[in-house]
Design a protein around this ligand. Structure first.
Ligand code: URA
Length: 430
């Protein structure tokens, strides 16, 4: 690197609104990974990127540099096509749990590297860790063996430390410097990990609404388009669905509660919105993987997805038949009046579940597996005075009043059912 690419000059270039050249991007990401660029310098650059944006070339180069900071996995020798999905995160979003085994049952291999939750949206690994014995950290050899096994075909596990390490460090800085909400930084963060993971195809579930990162449809569409472009340019067949996250998905928010609901879906039941989104994403994944003439809805109804679920859980040390943890305390909130539930706010439910112990405030905090919120009514459903609206679950009974208060601000009972908006709002790419 030349003196001209000192961190200060890279920051100043972006601060003043110019585009970074390829050499500047490669240098700054590599130097940050090596500890040559300090955290405060990278934080300043992140803020400049948030304020000034990036053009398409810069974004592609930045993403490539993040991938090059670590190792890239390669599954091209597997006998089946690989396909993964990524959700930008929402309340009650347990879709990965039934989806991964369903798509495996349709004949694809699903290498799903997931994360733990932070804040009001739960993490897939936290949910699965509520299953006795289940392990998130498995070796690359075990991962490959599970993907190659036609009776399993899906792995949901933690990303290794060498997968896009620059993103891990940068994300931790963004989290504490107000620089998360930037389309180029989110797109490059998500896509660097997904491309490095070695999947051949990818379906993105970009959430829009009160419980999502992106509250606004225009921002969500911009993020989805940026990620689809990055995936496509990297040779990964990529498509995005924009899906509603104003109200929680399903009837549960919380780790073991969501696992139980996912098992209901695999058994052929479960809430209709969870089933609808699982099947819609599975159809997209199967199509992106190039598998024809298989309808995931029929595979789900036939019970084969449940067989793959059991095999997948057992392959990672879990006991699929073991009872799930239950919280020590529950309290039910009842309706003060009769009518129709007209609003149930995803963010309010997410915050309540978090206060009950289902989520964490800081990285590394423990979570309560049994904690969360059960929703007895969803928008559009009738309720009589005195009938249950929610049951809260927690091991910390002192957390109940604040959680109930969060819920009370998040729902309304009226006389006319609200118009049911679509769950799947739009589709980008493909
Ligand atoms: N998820 C990520 O992995 N990165 C972001 O920047 C935002 C959400």
């Amino acid at each position: 690197m030349t003196q001209a690419h000192s961190a200060v000059s890279v920051i100043a270039t972006k601060r003043d609104g110019a585009a970074l050249d390829d050499e500047q991007i490669d240098w700054v990401v590599d130097a940050f990974t090596r500890g040559v660029v300090a955290d405060e310098q990278m934080s300043a650059l992140a803020m400049a990127i948030l304020l000034r944006g990036m053009n398409r070339r810069e974004l592609a180069r930045w993403t490539a540099a993040m991938i090059a900071s670590g190792q890239r996995m390669d599954f091209t020798d597997l006998p089946r096509p690989t396909v993964d999905k990524h959700s930008t995160g929402g309340v009650g979003d347990k879709i990965t749990l039934p989806l991964a085994p369903l798509v495996a049952a349709c004949g694809a291999a699903v290498p799903q590297l997931s994360g733990r939750g932070l804040g009001h949206t739960g993490g897939t690994l936290d949910k699965l860790e509520s299953i006795p014995g289940w392990q998130a950290d498995i070796s690359a050899t075990r991962m490959r063996a599970a993907l190659a096994d036609p009776a399993i075909g899906a792995v949901i596990c933690a990303a290794g430390a060498d997968l896009a390490p620059a993103d891990k460090r940068l994300y931790a800085l963004r989290d504490v410097t107000g620089t998360v909400e930037s389309v180029p930084l989110i797109a490059s963060s998500i896509m660097s990990k997904k491309i490095a993971e070695g999947t051949g195809a990818l379906v993105l579930d970009v959430k829009v609404g009160s419980g999502a990162f992106m509250k606004d449809l225009g921002d969500a569409a911009e993020l989805a388009a940026a990620m689809v472009e990055l995936g496509t340019d990297a040779g990964v067949h990529t498509v995005a669905l924009l899906t509603a996250m104003d109200t929680p998905l399903g009837r549960t928010a919380g780790n073991a509660l969501e696992v139980a609901e996912s098992i209901e879906v695999l058994a052929g039941g479960g809430p209709s919105d969870v089933v609808e989104l699982t099947v819609a994403l599975a159809r997209e994944m199967v199509a992106q993987a190039g598998i024809r003439d298989i309808d995931p809805a029929q595979v789900l109804a036939g019970g084969r997805a449940m067989d793959h679920w059991r095999a997948m859980i057992a392959a990672q040390g879990g006991d699929p038949a073991a009872p799930l943890p239950r919280a020590r305390h529950t309290e039910t909130v009842v309706a003060a009046e009769s009518g129709v539930l007209t609003r149930l706010d995803a963010l309010a439910v997410g915050l309540a579940a978090w206060r009950l112990g289902a989520g964490r405030a800081r990285q590394g905090d423990p979570v309560q597996y049994g904690a969360g919120v059960e929703m007895h009514r969803k928008p559009g459903e009738s309720v009589e005075r005195g009938q249950p609206l929610f049951t809260v679950h927690t091991d910390t009974d002192s957390a109940i009043p604040a959680a109930v208060e969060a819920l009370r601000t998040g729902y309304e009972i009226g006389t006319v059912a609200p118009p049911a908006g679509p769950l799947i709002i739009d589709r980008i790419g493909g």
